[in-house]
Unconditional design. Sequence first.
Length: 176
Amino acid sequence: MIVELAACAADVRSQAACLLQEAFPQAYARTAREEVDKVTASPCIALGVMRGDELLGMVSARPQYGVTAWELHPLAVKVSLRGRGIGRTLVSELERRVALLGGVTLYLGCDDERGETSLGGVDLYDDLPGRIAAARAWGSHPMPFYRKLGYQIVGVLPDANGSGKPDILMAKRLDA
């Protein structure tokens, strides 16, 4: 069942923080609870998939550029349950809700901090357009997942996370 995390009890928010720590230990080792508080505050949208009292996954978005473009951040699904459609379900529902609020574009950044794409570990300044056109990913990088959902690379910020560690910007036009 999909729920709005802002309306959930403290125990579900604690589960959301644990999910963030599991999915992104490098980013949320100490700040997961604060991030949950941010994404469940207005005007953000934060959704979760529940099975009984257990939170299986979560996604949120915050408006940017007024309300026309929203940033999807973060998406987290229990590692043991990935590949079962939970992430797809969450993103689909998030897209629907953002569109209802006037959103035209949903975008995200999917960093390559571990060399899991052809954009990581290389000098992107020598032929950025060509490298974007030929971009591919492997391992657990989320780029293929988002591509399956209709997102495309709209930009890359070279070295955003350190030398050879770009932020890959992906976006999708939403149906009204």
